[in-house]
Ligand binder design. Sequence first.
Ligand code: MTE
Ligand code: MO
Length: 219
Amino acid sequence: MSLFDSAERWHKQAQRLLAGRYSLAPEFDRSQVSPYFRGNGSRNVDTPEYAASAVSGFADWRLAVTGLVEHPLSLSLDNIHRLPQRTQVTRHDCVEGWSAIGEWTGPRLSTILRGAALKPEARFIVLRCADTLAGTQYYESIDLIDAFHPQTIIAHKLNGEPLPVRNGAPLRLRVERQLGYKHAKFLTGIEAVASLAGIGGGKGGYWEDRAGYQWYAGI
Ligand SMILES: Nc1nc2c(c(=O)[nH]1)N[C@H]1C(S)=C(S)[C@@H](COP(=O)(O)O)O[C@H]1N2
Ligand SMILES: [Mo]
């Protein structure tokens, strides 16, 4: 076997893997939406600040875009609503063995990241959440392939209505090629980093740190 053959085989395998990462999650018809999209994990945020913000319709909510970016941002819900929007009907799969179909609306994460302009050292996007579970702040992280995937959005609507509190109001990640625990709810921040070491327990997410869940939860 020549060096060329093995290089070609390597290329084909890499190509197949990458094509997998870039392909789209199935989308459904609006008529297939689940009548009730349950809330799982944190179904609320147990702080007076969150309760007050909810009463005001989250008028004071900010999504901070920080870390390895040229232009750090602090986005209001109004800023988020003015970006180009994407609506997608997708199926959410939780490791606990339930699924639900919902219609999600929001800007692509890629639009926000282009606005902030990632520095070349950035390799991961960390999603910061307002809630604590068992005394630890929930967080998640994804790589740049998923961060720039066309179906990765910062959702502010479920089935045409502002996100219910149980589903992560006012903002939650939808990263449709991965399992439910990656879809961080109650988003307060997006942080571009070069490494996940030193963030939380270092494994890239709340459940990854706590229960050894896979960091890449592809479906
Ligand atoms: N901030 C935060 N995000 C979270 C969780 C959580 O507890 N806190 N639970 C995760 C899990 S395990 C699932 S299955 C989904 C549930 O989303 P839902 O409440 O809209 O059904 O949110 C994920 N994102
Ligand atoms: Mo889950």
